[in-house]
Design a binder for this molecule. Structure first.
Ligand code: T3D
Length: 265
């Protein structure tokens, strides 16, 4: 019997596609999938030619969060203390936010529990109109994790964050887009085409500048306007030193398409 890999990696020119691959479990996370995903992301980060990352799911789901079959407690026993947030989910969310290139969640189907919040942590979220986002935690007595209690109030506002997390109802991709939680909801038939176009765009974009934009946006949630203005000044100075800035201005003046390399020097 062959064991299927919990993560599939497809190296495309200028970007990588990582597919969560436990379709029978709606791509729920077990330790092996966490380890494989961590390695795949580290490999992408170490590859200088990788300028964007797509995260998607195999089969009919994006990801159903933690594999609950690993969490079943026998009658009369107490649940074992779990370290999975510290060990896996929190480093994953931090890594997605900190990667020096855009991360695109291509949400092909249901995204539940940590699966929903991993998608929301990505820079661009494009979803099939068939997809739903489910803060399912309260259905089983848990607290939203993987940044859900941070992202949701900021993306959707406090009232919607409370409704979504406390009622734990399904949110359609269409409503998620209307509420500003995600970038776009599109017909299922064109999802991969549209997501690929985004990745191909990023594969030829001024990557160093995009990394600086990510840093600015990541910091803005906790900064005063004064602090953010100072940060923008510093990041703009760094952007001015990139070859892609020089190329961008030159191409504009020469009325041609820029040829961005994404390189640091
Ligand atoms: O303990 C810690 O480490 C803390 C960390 C927590 C992070 C978390 O993510 S907690 C939240 C865990 N996830 C959930 O609570 C979601 C559970 N799944 C569902 O609520 C539903 O499956 C969905 C809403 C995602 C989809 O519903 P539906 O009706 O489309 O599919 P289904 O029939 O429920 O599921 C299909 C199969 O996938 C089914 O298996 P079967 O009967 O065909 O053999 C189901 O058991 C399996 N599956 C779905 N989600 C999980 C799962 N198996 C294990 N773990 C899952 N999370």
């Amino acid at each position: 019997m062959t064991t299927q890999s919990p993560i599939l990696v497809d190296n495309k020119p200028g970007y990588r596609v990582i597919t969560l691959n436990r379709p029978d479990k709606l791509n729920a996370f077990n330790d092996a999938m966490h380890e494989a995903l961590r390695k795949a992301i580290e490999d992408a980060e170490a590859d200088e030619s990788c300028r964007a990352l797509m995260l998607t799911g195999a089969g009919r789901a994006f990801c159903a969060g933690q594999d609950l079959s690993d969490r079943l407690v026998k009658p009369g026993e107490k649940p074992a203390p779990r370290n999975s947030l510290e060990q896996y989910y929190n480093p994953l969310i931090r890594k997605i936010r900190d990667l020096p290139f855009p991360v695109i969640a291509t949400v092909n189907g249901v995204a539940a529990g940590a699966g929903a919040n991993i998608a929301l942590a990505c820079d661009i979220v494009i979803a099939s109109l068939k997809a739903t986002f489910v803060q399912s935690f309260a259905r089983i007595g848990l607290v939203p994790d993987s940044g859900g209690t941070w992202f949701l109030p900021r993306l959707a506002g406090d009232a919607r964050a409370r409704g979504l997390t406390l009622l734990a109802q399904d949110l359609t991709a269409e409503k998620a887009a209307n509420w500003g939680l995600i970038w776009r909801a599109v017909d299922d038939e064109i999802l991969m085409h549209e997501a690929t176009r985004i990745c191909e765009h990023f594969a030829q974009a001024p990557t160093q500048g995009l990394a600086l934009i990510k840093r600015a946006l990541n910091a803005s949630a906790n900064n005063t306007l004064d602090a953010q203005l100072d940060l923008e000044r510093d990041l703009q100075r760094a952007a001015h030193q990139t070859p892609d800035y020089v190329e961008g201005v030159r191409a504009f003046m020469e009325k041609r398409k820029p040829n961005f390399t994404g390189r640091k020097t």
